[in-house]
Design a protein around this ligand. Structure first.
Ligand SMILES: [Mn+2]
Length: 360
């Protein structure tokens, strides 16, 4: 790996880390406000500024300016930020990608200059068009470091390879290795990554909050913003080197709890990505007790989230199967209020069901 930036950060400084903004300028600005980002703070953008959301161009512009005007703002590259390299290398596959993907920074650039892309467009011509207007942004993106190493931390988008010298990791692994929390590294510092939504790691209570693994020295912070239906944009905050805290923003409307609700702890678990198959055990008025053949877990699945297939049943999408306890006066986010009897909410980053009566 070549692009490693060494950065010295005073031990008592506050470091704010945000990853996977994915074109969500408004959320990002709201998060900076929420953490009261100020002149004394260090801000690390941990990759994936671009793609998936509708304003990648705006995010890149905003962060470029932020970094140009503030020597404490630092950015590393994510796999989604390197896609412009396919264009620079005149890889014809990028044309298909841009035709299939509505939300890409390159599509935003083309729209801005009024260029009509079709599957017949030549990659050389598209490259010329984009380069003649946006070379500043492209140069900035392609020059981003892959890793920032400080006295106490390593910031990298996806992870490191399990090698004696972590610097021998390939760039490709560093920006796109999946499920880093299930792997390990041999660096003697905390490695802070985004890239893999933390919700994918939960099996009991669905949470999008950062996960700290002290044994492995890995901190995973991707809240699944714009990737998960209940995702959020996390800020991971490091104070004095090793005091960690976290906060987030999302798009869900908030409500105040009118009446406390006590969760039944036997209702826990989550249907996560890929494990959608279900065997129905006992049908209830609001939830059905199901067995997940892939995991052998028993789960109470909200009836509205179950559908019949040609061979059996499956969950329609990822969904929490836990209940949450709430107190009167708690502020919660409403994720799904269109089901019978119960509402799906988020409280402090945890996702679960509460009785509708708690909100009425
Ligand atoms: Mn990524």
């Amino acid at each position: 790996m070549e692009k490693i930036t060494e950065l010295s950060i005073p031990k008592d400084a506050r470091i704010i880390v945000i990853s996977d903004i994915h074109g969500e300028l408004e959320l990002f600005q709201r998060l900076l406000e929420k953490v009261r980002f100020g002149k004394e703070d260090y801000l690390i953008i941990n990759g994936d500024l671009c793609e998936k959301g509708s304003n990648s161009m705006g995010v890149v512009q905003y962060i470029m300016e932020l970094a140009a005007n503030n020597p404490r703002v630092h950015v590393i590259e994510g796999n989604c930020d390197t896609l412009v390299e396919y264009l620079l290398n005149e890889d014809p596959n990028i044309i298909n990608y841009l035709c299939a993907r509505k939300h890409s920074i390159m599509n935003e650039w083309l729209e801005k200059i009024g260029y009509q892309l079709t599957s017949e467009s030549s990659v050389q011509e598209v490259k010329e068009q984009i380069m003649s207007h946006f070379s500043k942004e492209i140069n900035w993106l392609t020059e981003l470091p892959t890793v920032i190493e400080t006295e106490q931390h390593i910031f990298v988008h996806a992870g490191l390879e399990d090698k004696k010298d972590w610097k021998d990791s390939s760039r490709d692994a560093a920006i796109s290795i999946p499920e880093f929390l299930y792997k390990s590294h041999q660096a003697n510092k905390y490695v802070i990554v985004g890239h893999w939504p933390v919700g994918n790691y939960t099996t009991k209570l669905l949470s999008n909050n950062p996960i700290i693994d002290d044994k492995k020295k890995i901190i995973a912070i991707d809240g699944g913003n714009n990737v998960k239906n209940v995702g959020q944009l996390n800020a991971f905050i490091i104070q004095s080197g090793d005091v960690f805290s976290t906060t987030y923003v999302d798009h869900f409307p908030e409500m105040k709890v009118k009446k406390a609700f006590k969760a039944d702890p036997s209702w826990s678990g989550v249907i996560s990505y890929m494990n959608y198959a279900l065997q129905l055990v006992e049908k209830g008025e609001h939830f059905t007790l199901c067995k997940q053949p892939e995991t052998n877990h028993s789960l109470y699945v909200k009836n509205e989230y179950i559908r019949q297939t040609e061979t059996g049943y499956e969950a329609k999408e990822e969904v929490s199967c836990s209940q949450l306890s709430v107190e009167q006066g708690d502020v919660v986010s409403i994720i799904d209020d269109r089901c019978t009897g119960f509402t799906l909410i988020k409280k402090d980053g945890l996702v679960g069901w509460i009785a509708k009566a708690a909100l009425e």
